[in-house]
Design a protein around this ligand. Sequence first.
Ligand SMILES: N[C@@H](CCC(=O)N[C@@H](CS)C(=O)NCC(=O)O)C(=O)O
Length: 212
Amino acid sequence: MLKVYGFSRVNEFARGNTRDLRVLWALEEMGLAYEIVGLDHPNHDLDSPAFRAKNPFGQIPVIDDDGVIVTESGAILLYLARKSGALMPRDLVGEAQVLRWSVAALNTLEMPILALWFVNLCGGKGTEPSEALYRWSEQRVRELDGWLEHREFVATEEFTVADILITHVLGGGTDPNLLKPYANIRAYRARCMERPAWKRTLEAYCERVEAG
Ligand SMILES: N[C@@H](CCC(=O)N[C@@H](CS)C(=O)NCC(=O)O)C(=O)O
């Protein structure tokens, strides 16, 4: 059975936004069977030698698919899409668009957004680096908003793993002011998060994962 390593306990601030949700959402959409291996972050479960052997960075999510270990949320989603034949077209052209937008989510968008979150968290809010990171993030968000103007989903006409990544990258730790002016993005995220698979995923996560 496919195992997903995710949190069983995590600090209140991160709870509901962690990257295991990307994998759990994809699995719900795909209808694949899985079991969750819950890790207690405050208890340092991610630092155990057994877990570090799976992911040297000591981070979730990780999957163990009958001995195939995959780390990195983007790599896991692309692996699961290939395995299930769902959430990614099978033709080269369609697949290229999903790869393109998955990388855009995790690089072009997540890099400035995460850096901004980190600087602000470390007490750097309002500083020059924080302002510069805000402008960099804002530029990327504005450009994405233009792309989404006449599109239902980001990569193809159907919902794909790239939509899970974009939606999640723009959630949680994203400065809420960043998205306010961008109606196309807000409508797009609402559309993705309306999906029953996401609602089931988040509900089960909130029941299972403790704050600590
Ligand atoms: N690039 C990685 C990042 C994974 C990541 O940041 N995981 C966080 C939880 S959302 C984590 O495990 N943090 C615990 C730590 O670094 O100690 C991915 O996309 O999977």
